[in-house]
Design a protein around this ligand. Sequence first.
Ligand code: DGL
Length: 269
Amino acid sequence: MPNPNERSDSAAPAILIFDSGVGGLTVFREVIAARADARFIYVADDAGFPYGNQPPDALIERILAVMGEAIDAHHPDLVVIACNTASTLALAELRKRYTVPFVGTVPAIKPACAQSNTKRIAVLGTKATVSLEYTRTLIREFASNCDVDLVGSPKLAGIAELELSGLPVADADIAAEIAPCFVDADGRKTDTVVLACTHYPLLTERFRKLAPWPVDWIDPAPAIARRVADLLRERPAATDKTPPCIVFTSGRVPPAPLAKALKGYGFSL
Ligand code: DGL
C-alpha cells in the first residue's frame, strides 16, 4: 500500500476504522469531523466481542486475522485501531506486517497526569487493557509524579453496547463500575479519569451524573483525529462524497434502535 502522502490522485482517502463493537464510533465521529471527504469503512468485530475479558494470546491471533481480512478486502490508505485493547495488544505486530499507516488508541496517561492538579488519576479500561505491560510502561514513563489507580471494568463496554441498542442499563450498575476510580487518600482526591476504552465516551453523561465528585474525563478521540488529519495532510480534499459503511463480523442486521443510531452517525445501512 503506498504512503498516502506520496499519492497524487484526487480520490478520497480510504480510512478503515476498527473496534470490537460500537465503541469505535466515539473515535469515528471525531475523525470524520476532521476529514469529512474520506471514504470510511468501519469494521466491528462483534463476533469476537468483548475483547477486554479474553486471554491475550487468543485475542492477538483474532485481531491479526480480522485486520488481515479487512485490509485485503478494503485496501485502506490508513487504519485507525479505535480500540485500546486491540491497540495495546497488537499494534506493534500490525505495523510489522503491513505498510499501511496505523493510528492506534492507547490510554491517555501522559496528558491526564500533566493536567491533574491533585496528581491522583484513574485509568478506566477493560480488564485486559489495564493489566497489559503496555499500559504499565506508559505509567512508568509518564506518571512518575502521579498516583495512578488502574480500574479494569468487566461490564462497561457491554453496557455501552446495550445502551446504544436501545436497552437502558440501571444507574446502579454503571455507578458500581466507576466507583473504584474515585480515591480520596492522603488529602488528595482523584481529579482526572482516563477513558481507556473507546466504548466509555458513549457513557460520559451518565458518568458525570453518577460520579461522587466532579472529575475530568479524558477522551483521546480528538487527539487521534488530529493525528489522522496530519498523516493525510498531503492528500487533497476529494469532492466526491461516499457515505461511510459499517461491517459487523457476525453478519448481523443491527436492531432498529442501533440502526437508527448508526444512521445518525451518517452510515448507510
Ligand atoms: N472498545 C474496546 C477498547 O477500547 C474494548 C471493548 C471490548 O471489551 O471488546 O478497549
